[in-house]
Write a protein that binds this ligand. Structure first.
Ligand code: GRF
Length: 204
């Protein structure tokens, strides 16, 4: 049984879809901690309501070490980023090699990196004339939206799309894809090729 920490800043719908998959028994894990920079966000409220320990980070006097200590005390094996708007400290990224995932609402490596979050991602996709967008789950490295891609799901971009409509179509795929990838990781069903590319042993 893996112990998970989800880093959240807002609505928390991906975290909730993962929590639902855990409670339904498909992901062999426990959602042991939520880490947030915003204690009043809906995701943190959800955590308190469901008895999940909420850790505030960053906060006054916070250091990467203080966060690491809390993660270690909670015996966290895997970290999932789910709409966390702060950069995760390098020390924490390095402490969780091949054990930290992020989800991004576009087909990386396009439309990712600093400044590409929320509505801006979908506006940029529509403005580019791309015919497809989608969701990407990747392992986290020291750069925004950059680490090895593990799975993607495509959605079409409609001729008259709005950022809101496209975001909703992508989010539906996020809620499907993220639990499936996490399930594979928790079941040790991610194989690493020699060139550093992760391959899922189960189809998503
Ligand atoms: C999602 O679109 C995710 O891809 C991105 O931030 C958004 C978070 O939404 N990283 P939610 O908080 O999971 O509802």
């Amino acid at each position: 049984m893996k112990r998970l920490a989800a880093f959240v800043s807002g609505r928390g719908s991906n975290m909730r879809s993962i929590h639902a998959a855990i409670r339904a028994g498909s992901i062999p894990a426990e959602l042991a901690r939520l880490v947030t920079d915003n204690p009043s966000c809906p995701a943190a409220e959800y955590g308190r309501k469901h008895g999940i320990g909420v850790v505030l980070h960053p906060t006054d006097g916070a250091t990467p070490e203080s966060l690491l200590v809390q993660l270690r005390q909670a015996r966290i094996d895997i970290i999932i980023l789910a709409g966390y708007l702060k950069l995760v400290p390098m020390e924490v990224v390095q402490a969780y090699p091949r054990a930290m995932l992020n989800i991004h609402p576009a087909l990386l490596p396009a439309f990712g990196g600093r400044g590409f979050y929320g509505r801006r991602v979908h506006e940029a996709v529509i403005a580019s004339g791309a015919r497809y967008s989608g969701a990407t789950v990747h392992f986290v490295d020291e750069q925004y939206d950059h680490g090895p891609i593990v799975a993607q799901a495509m959605v079409p971009v409609a001729a008259d799309d709005t950022p809101e409509a496209l975001a909703a179509r992508v989010l539906e795929q996020e809620h499907r894809l993220y639990p499936l990838v996490l399930e594979a990781l928790c079941r040790d069903a991610v194989r690493w090729r020699e060139d550093g590319v992760p391959v899922l042993e189960t189809m998503v």
